[in-house]
Design a protein around this ligand. Structure first.
Ligand code: ZN
Length: 160
């Protein structure tokens, strides 16, 4: 029995690229190759690894499903395992932006984390351990972003 793909973008991408001809890397997670769905001589096919899928684009106009069927893959092979997005990566491993929502005294109430791919996550400090986060907003007072600065624009707000 063959090994099933693990679902990581690297493995899926490698599988796809291995079936294309004259693959050329043109950027971070971007490749060009000969389109298998038409008589291609100039690498018309763009392959881009996005956050949760692999994007294929033939500049001669072939449909993506035509392209994947020519290399014995299915449309579902372009999508990465959905479960992957439920895993919260360790802090700092990926580029993420954290928006802190504080009460009028500058105390952290909750955070909204923006992950690559415009995914947003909400989390609140753990009641017993402020270094940990709980991935929901149960019992949290919703406030405007930047509330302390809105209330006291001239006062410096303690951070931390
Ligand atoms: Zn094509």
């Amino acid at each position: 029995m063959p090994n099933s793909p693990t679902g990581s973008s690297g493995d899926r991408l490698a599988l796809l690229l291995a079936r294309l001809d004259r693959v050329k890397r043109v950027g971070v997670d971007r490749y060009e190759a000969l389109c298998p769905a038409h008589d291609d001589r100039r690498q018309s096919l763009s392959v881009t690894a996005a956050d949760d899928r692999i994007l294929l684009k033939c500049h001669a106009g072939c449909e993506t499903k035509e392209v994947v069927s020519k290399i014995a893959l299915q449309m579902s092979d372009l999508f990465l395992e959905k479960r992957r997005s439920e895993v919260i990566p360790p802090a700092g491993r990926r580029s993420e932006v954290v928006y802190r929502y504080e009460d009028e005294t500058g105390r952290l109430l909750f955070e909204v984390v923006r992950l690559p791919g415009k995914t947003f996550r909400q989390r609140r400090p753990h009641p017993n351990d402020p270094t940990r986060r709980v991935p929901n907003l149960h019992g949290v007072t919703r406030v405007l972003y930047g509330l302390p600065k809105l209330l006291y624009p001239s006062r410096s707000v303690p951070s931390g």
